[in-house]
Ligand binder design. Sequence first.
Ligand code: PLP
Length: 389
Amino acid sequence: MTKVFKFLETKLIHAGEPEPRIEGAVCMPIFQSVNYEYAGESGYHSLKYIRLSNTPNHVAVHQKLAASENAEAALVTASGMAAISTTLLAVLSAGDHLLVQDSLYGGTHGLITQEFPAFGIEYDFIDADDPGSWKLNLRPQTKAIYVETMTNPLLQVGDLQAVVEFARSHGLVSLIDNTFASPVNFRPAEWGFDLSLHSCTKYLNGHSDIAAGAVIGGSSLVEKVKRRLDHLGASLDPHAVFLLHRGMKTLALRVRYQNESTLRIARFLEGHPAVARVNYPGLESHPRHQRAEGLFDGFGGVMSFELKGGVSAAEHFMRHASLPISAPSLGGVETLITRPATTSHSGMSSVDRQRLGITDSLIRLSVGIEATEEIIEDFDRALTVTADQ
Ligand code: PLP
């Protein structure tokens, strides 16, 4: 009998675990084998071979990932960018056109603007907050629409319900990068998105020790992406699959704590006289706070903010805040701080960054699972030192 689990916390522990347990092992063992004895498989894509993403480790984590978003199927990849590039290359071909949110993770922006022209794939940027304008860019060749749940690094929340409706009424594939929300805060399949994409390097693994990606959605589309991945080759090694599987078990505990902690830190920063602006959808001052409340179960562990003293104050503050590690990436157990203009969005031209509102002084914070009070005390001290400089 297939067991059905009701709650996310339970699914993260039990979904996809082998039945019966392998040699009674409570934890999924690592199958570090490239190939498996031929057992009459009927085609290339189902041969049991490491690159074809079907070792026992892959099968188990695929089921856990699909269960986490109440979707039919999932596929892991060698990185978040592998999930994004492979998926886009599975749903788009030469001559096709993509509608894509204007404020995007820098790597995705680079893929679309710098690589896609060579593949003959065209695109137009859209304001995800202005559904009325999308039709202006629609073409007969438009095949897909791509957004992020909360944008990196400005934490904007587009009209996600309108994206699904627009995609349905124009026969487009709806794609969403759900990395920032994680399945704890938003489950795209429940809202009608065709595919949800993740950098599992972030919250899903949560320990800043592997790169991985995931594609989650309906079985036939996920299978289409898998076939493209089988050829492109960016599959995830079983040892990394094992670490992702392990990390996922504590996802709900980590992210719920990060939701609470980040909201408290955002409130502290918003009330501080040295802070000019805080971007966090959990704050009542966020322009789309109500929309975010309707869509999400929590607002996530990432925020961005600006100090009144501009770039020099930002640099001073980052040097004097002793608890966060100054590093790119996000979603791990340790608090990280970065200036996107110098890291995640440094591949974008400064003109593009300014147009999108990503100023040079913007600081992005990824809150870990340390004691909230200690982070606030540290920031309070660093802000005082910065003001006195
Ligand atoms: N999507 C988002 C929102 C990200 O922030 C990142 C990385 O920072 C990626 C995708 C790419 O993920 P990876 O670094 O695992 O390739």
